[in-house]
Design a protein around this ligand. Structure first.
Ligand SMILES: Cc1ncc(COP(=O)(O)O)c(C=O)c1O
Length: 420
């Protein structure tokens, strides 16, 4: 099936939905979980979400079509993404999806589309939060009152449900503060006549724990520029918080966060008849996939440079992270017939394109034995954004296949190719 090969595990994804639902329920909050489809293109995750009646968050017409084709009913689909075009609006109206609106002009366009279709469309108004006023997404407070009034005036075609927001970063506390602002917006909207305002969409951004916090802290303490190939480290890093809270811990921190003195976000929402939507992408894909590269060649530069360059079949666009000012930090697992050696074998990992920057791992990894052509490197936990976010048909190469594995109740595990 070629190299790299992505393996996806929908049963793990299903367990993640269940444990996130439990974590939120334990806080007393009413939370509806939507999967942010952008985090992985595999169709198996859409059908798994559909089977568990989870919603899907989409940001484009093709994503919406994929969600419908995977069996998700339109009323379980939320459409986000900035300033959506009329074609996407029209699909959303036709299939009774809910739409997060970014501006008053977008609201007017959507209402016109709904009016022409003689339908009523569910709407959330996206706000800029006080904590991130420079965001390019959403409306400021002054625009919100006008948008709410417009929704009330257009209520024949607009079913106003509440508010959403976009927040960069993974802090549950900051997300709780922003969610509290949205509750206040709902209360103000009710005062303005929009009595149906009872939804706060808190977006995604639940952190995921790739490694134990202790190991992560240790790594950060010891991390040095000369641990990396080339000039990568000179530009400085902005690493994902690989050793942060787990999604379930973050869900509890978020909902238990005190917002009015001692009252928790969950309690304030319950007191005011507010329900939440959460749209995790990465967090629902925790351990739901991995990526296998075949080793093509190994150039041993240990004598000259102190480390080798392992070239794999495929490229780093199938891991995405190394193209940002970061690196995919968890060590790949080396599958080799060779026995473990006494000494570590230091090597970085390169892709097989003609790009100088095509490095799958910039960091010099200490492999437990020398790496040989024909060995395999397994990058774990890659389903959340890594495997297909930036994938490319560069050099006319086919896009990597995704093998779906299900363990099932009894019998051996079964596999099939995704999308077939
Ligand atoms: C509107 C919206 N929802 C959900 C997500 C998913 O975020 P994450 O994968 O961090 O959970 C994003 C990420 O960009 C987003 O913009």
């Amino acid at each position: 099936m070629g190299s790299p090969l992505h393996v996806v595990l929908p049963e793990v994804f299903e367990e993640n939905i269940a444990s996130l639902r439990t974590a939120f329920a334990e806080t007393g909050a009413d939370v509806d979980v939507y999967f942010a489809k952008k985090a992985n293109k595999a169709g198996c995750f859409v059908s798994a979400a559909s089977a568990l009646d989870a919603g899907i968050d989409v940001a484009s017409a093709p994503e919406l079509v994929q969600a419908l084709a995977g069996g998700v009913p339109g009323h379980r689909i939320g459409v986000s993404g900035p300033e959506k075009d009329d074609a996407l609006h029209s699909l959303a109206v036709q299939h009774s999806c809910s739409v997060a609106i970014d501006s008053i002009s977008e609201l007017r366009r959507l209402a016109t589309t709904a009016q022409r279709a003689r339908r009523r469309v569910r709407v959330l108004l996206r706000c800029r939060t006080a904590g991130q006023p420079g965001s390019r997404f959403g409306m400021v407070s002054a625009e919100l009152d006008a948008a709410v009034d417009l929704c009330v005036g257009l209520s024949e075609h607009v079913w106003f449900q509440g508010f959403s927001f976009h927040l960069n970063g993974y802090s549950p506390q900051e997300r709780a503060t922003a969610a509290n602002e949205m509750i206040e917006h709902c209360l103000e909207a009710r005062r303005r006549g929009a009595r149906s305002a009872d939804v706060v969409d808190i977006g995604g951004g639940l952190p995921m724990r790739y490694v134990e916090p202790r190991l992560w802290a240790e790594f950060l303490k010891r991390n040095e520029p000369d641990h990396y190939h080339g000039t990568k480290a000179a530009k400085g890093f902005s690493f994902y918080p690989y050793g942060g809270q787990s999604p379930a811990q973050a869900a509890r921190t978020l909902m238990n966060h005190p917002v009015d003195g001692t009252k928790s976000l969950a309690a304030k929402a319950a007191d005011n008849g507010i329900r939440f939507i959460v749209e995790p992408g990465r967090a629902l894909l925790d351990q739901a996939g991995f990526t296998i590269y075949r080793v093509q060649q190994v150039e041993d530069r240990r004598e000259a440079d102190g480390y080798a360059i392992v070239t794999v079949a495929g490229n780093s666009l199938s891991l995405s992270e190394p193209w940002f000012n970061t690196d995919y930090l968890p060590d790949p697992v080396l599958l080799s017939a060779e026995p473990a050696a006494d000494e570590l074998f230091p090597a970085c990992v390169a892709g097989s394109t003609c790009l100088e920057n095509d490095m799958v791992t910039w960091r010099k990894i200490g492999f437990p034995r020398p790496v040989r052509p024909g060995d395999y490197l397994v990058y774990l936990n890659t389903a959340g954004y890594h495997m297909d976010f930036l994938e490319s048909r560069f050099h006319d190469a086919p896009l990597p296949a995704k093998a779906v594995i299900r363990l099932g109740e009894d019998g051996p595990p079964r596999w099939r190719l995704d999308g077939i």
